[in-house]
Design a protein around this ligand. Structure first.
Ligand SMILES: [Zn+2]
Length: 404
């Protein structure tokens, strides 16, 4: 194919893909294509409060308010409005994804099927009063303290794949254990797994209400100015509000009035802090196929060389299985107040963010369809077991010739 054809073809696919992205729950939000070609320019954009959805070598796609668009234009970056956002897809086509009721049902079923290996706990309630559930998997009946690993999803409402992935991984290890898979039995008997598949169930439900996707990101806090939502992944306390988040309640990256202002992040905070032996945490998000590690709030590297080596080695090893690109989070753009900066910076837990499939917006973006779920779960089984394995002592990865 000649180069002349590639660009028009790509543009066509891009527009085609865009039709799968639903219009916003708040109509004042715009989707923009911006010529920003490095992390410095992307950070300038994220500092306006616009939420960066998608990163390419020489442009990004963002969701922004009018004043954020104006601020971006003042930076001198070329801005195009993506207007082909129609043809809503209906959740009934994606019935494999779990809405909140189905999610609770599924968690209860797993708990009832494996009462000796699981417990189900409510770790708090959302703004609208929904329980936030944690499924604990512990096959070892003793009362000894075992290494703990935390897996969570669904911080962002529209990222439904980030909910179903940890849910299916939990189901898979339990079924594998029950069918006496020797490797899984040996590993699980020495670990305690904490799975919180939906941190933001209010947002999840809102995003699929009225049988239409709404491209909703935040929780459902009614803000002081009458708008809705705080970005839960900008609301954690460590270096809160130091860049890449917004103080405008209407913004998609609104950091909240104070750190941990939201019941959802408060629930995570107290739950993770209550775990006395947690050294590993993974927060699932979508999309872009990335493995991200701290810091997000600064371009500086982690100052403990040994920790940085652990992060790099683990990220590289995991990428051999899922083919996601490993990088420091701020290499994409600066974002402060996220889960992983907090868990590592405040609690010393080795914490990763996976941006799951797909890679591209035209492959479905936030709404890739339910037929993708199982393949995404499959490619993340080994990374899941790997993190679980090293949850006793992540520094062990430095002793072995893995990672290349
Ligand atoms: Zn996200």
């Amino acid at each position: 194919m000649s180069v002349k054809w590639i660009l028009p073809l790509f543009s066509f696919l891009f527009v085609l893909g865009s039709t799968k992205i639903a219009t916003s729950g708040s109509s004042e939000m715009m989707t923009l294509k911006i010529a920003a070609k490095n992390s410095f320019e992307r950070t300038l954009v994220s500092n306006t409060g616009a939420s960066i959805e998608f990163v390419k070598d020489n442009y990004i796609i963002v969701r922004a308010l009018l004043e954020e668009k104006t601020a971006i234009e003042k930076l001198g970056l070329k801005v195009e409005v993506e207007s082909s956002l129609s043809n809503l897809q209906f959740p009934s086509k994606d019935s494999e994804y779990h809405d909140y009721t189905e999610l609770v049902q599924k968690l209860r079923q797993m708990n009832q099927k494996f009462p000796n290996y699981t417990s189900l706990k409510s770790i708090g309630r959302t703004i609208e009063g929904r329980e936030i559930w944690a499924l604990v998997i512990r096959t070892n009946p003793s009362t000894s303290v075992l290494p703990q690993a935390v897996f969570m999803g669904g911080h962002h409402a529209r990222e439904h794949l980030s909910v179903d992935t940890p849910l299916r991984l939990a189901d898979w290890v339990l079924e594998s254990y029950a069918s006496e898979d020797a490797r899984i039995m040996a590993l699980l008997d020495e670990r305690e797994i904490h799975i919180i598949p939906a941190v933001n169930p209010d947002g999840l439900e809102f995003d699929i209400s009225d049988d239409q996707y709404k491209t909703w990101r935040k929780n459902r806090r009614r803000n002081s100015d009458g708008t809705y939502g705080v970005d839960l992944n900008r609301n954690y306390s460590y270096k809160w509000g130091t860049g890449g988040s917004s103080s405008n309640p209407r913004s998609d990256t609104f950091k909240g009035p104070t750190p941990f202002s939201e019941p959802e992040t408060q629930a995570i905070q107290s739950y993770v802090k209550s775990l006395t032996n947690a050294k590993i945490l993974l927060s699932f998000h979508t999309f872009s196929k990335l493995i991200l590690y701290p810091w997000g709030h600064t371009n500086d590297r982690i100052n403990k060389d040994k920790d940085l080596q652990v992060y790099q080695k683990m990220a590289e090893k995991m990428s051999t299985w899922n083919d996601y690109r490993p990088m420091q989070s701020s290499g994409l753009y600066i974002a402060s107040g996220d889960t992983t900066d907090w868990a590592y910076g405040e609690l010393g837990i080795f914490s990763f963010t996976f941006e799951l499939d797909p890679k591209e917006q035209w492959e479905g973006g936030f709404y890739p369809g339910d037929e993708i779920i199982q393949s995404v779960v499959d490619k993340n089984k080994e990374p899941f077991l790997f993190l679980l394995d090293y949850a006793d002592d992540p520094y062990r990865v430095l002793n072995f010739g893995i990672g290349r």
